[in-house]
Write a protein that binds this ligand. Structure first.
Ligand code: CMP
Length: 155
């Protein structure tokens, strides 16, 4: 089982799309193991986007993510990182496929609604940054038996 971080960015919160976004992941079968609404302190934004420091869009990115409240979700499921990235769609909403969150709900590159961790190492670091240690919730769902199939052992 894998965990990943999703952020509904300030544009998603302002547009009232938190429910639409988290609902898509819930309907997919992903389990919500962390939830948080916060105004992002600038140092936290800079740490989150440290990998983009120095790029031409970095300042705008930090400005944007600190411009209003952000909703952070920790999601759990089989292959959660790749599954969530697929559901989010390409970075630029005008290039994202219909059926993806950015493809269905966004239209401009700078207003792309959502962030999702891109690899196990980044997911681990981002979950720690946004939720801290030991905050995520371990629990069972009865319905998981209908969502998560055991892979048959190979001969
Ligand atoms: P996100 O998934 O939050 O991770 C990095 C962000 O940088 C990305 O979404 C975009 O919002 C932004 N980004 C990536 N490439 C560009 C670009 N060429 N111009 C502007 N913003 C970009």
């Amino acid at each position: 089982m894998q965990r990943t971080l999703v952020l509904a960015k300030p544009d998603a919160v302002q547009r009232g799309l938190i429910g639409e976004i988290i609902g898509r992941f819930e309907r997919k079968g992903l389990k919500v193991v962390g939830l948080r609404l916060l105004s992002v302190p600038r140092p936290m934004a800079e740490e989150h986007y440290a990998v983009h420091a120095g790029k031409h869009f970095y300042d705008g990115l930090v400005e944007f993510i600190t411009s209003g409240p952000v909703a952070a979700f920790a999601l759990e499921g089989p292959d959660a990182i790749a599954v969530v990235r697929k559901m989010v769609g390409k970075t630029m909403p005008n290039e994202a496929e219909p059926g993806t969150i950015r493809g269905d709900l966004g239209i401009s590159g700078l207003r792309n609604l959502i962030h999702a961790s891109d690899a196990p190492e980044t997911a681990e670091a981002e979950l720690k940054l946004w939720f801290g240690e030991d905050v995520l919730v371990d629990y069972e769902r009865e319905i998981d038996a209908w969502i998560v199939a055991e892979e048959p052992a190979r001969a």
